[in-house]
Write a protein that binds this ligand. Structure first.
Ligand SMILES: Cc1cc2nc3c(=O)[nH]c(=O)nc-3n(C[C@H](O)[C@H](O)[C@H](O)COP(=O)(O)O)c2cc1C
Length: 199
């Protein structure tokens, strides 16, 4: 996979080739602080016809994360209604929406009738003020099924402190919450001394 990141600096328009989403996230953080603006992200999934050059070695903790197992979204904080300018394969896999279906839209299309409105209010507040936030909320896939999304928001600012982008990491925690619920019931049974399910 090749990612082309274009942006404008005082010296003019610059284009950079990146090899992974982890590199993209790091580059955006650095460039936001260095005064870059007008970002655009272009992703080419097709394998290169050329034999690939040895990829740069990422720090071990970053290498251990398979980017497609994590859902990543990037929104432009300076455009009206914060449109998505990038999602990865993990986002497509988790939500059932293709990248093309997501581009230019606000992420709220993942919400539905049972999404808690007070949680959405917290996200809106954090996103408008450029604050970090981690929340759990019920989201809807394209096929109508629901999942619990642990959403982590990370703001990116430029050298003047202006909020330029927000990175969103979505994690499906549905199974973890179900397991937690079962464990709580089991522990409460133990606490009552019933010992149900105890071998
Ligand atoms: C980077 C980013 C990622 C987001 N990802 C999600 C998401 O996965 N699911 C969701 O329900 N809302 C997500 N949101 C929240 C919505 O885009 C929106 O901010 C929220 O609905 C509050 O605004 P509203 O009241 O105008 O809808 C995300 C927001 C940002 C900035």
């Amino acid at each position: 996979m090749r990612i082309t990141l274009s942006y404008t600096m005082l010296t003019g328009r610059i284009e950079r080739q990146l090899d992974s989403e982890a590199e993209l996230v790091v580059a955006l953080r650095e460039l936001g602080g260095a005064g870059a603006s007008d970002f655009s992200v272009n992703l080419i999934d097709a394998p290169s016809a050329q034999p690939a050059a040895a990829p740069p070695q990422l720090p071990p903790p970053v290498r251990q994360i398979d980017p497609s197992s994590q859902s990543i979204s990037l929104v432009d904080a300076r455009r009206p209604d914060r449109p998505i300018i990038y999602v990865n394969r993990g986002f497509e896999f988790l939500t059932g929406y293709s990248r093309d279906e997501c581009m230019g839209r606000n992420c709220r299309f993942l919400q539905g009738p049972d999404t808690d409105r007070s949680t959405v209010d917290r996200i809106r507040h954090a996103s408008h003020h450029g604050e970090e936030l981690i929340v759990d909320l019920l989201n809807y896939r394209k096929n109508g099924t629901t999942f619990w999304n642990r959403l982590s928001l990370q703001p990116v600012r430029n050298a003047t402190g202006e909020l330029t982008h927000i990175i969103g990491i979505q994690s499906d925690i549905t199974h973890m919450l179900a397991l937690q619920e079962t464990m709580v019931e089991w522990a409460m049974d133990l606490g009552r001394g019933s010992g149900k399910g105890d071998a």
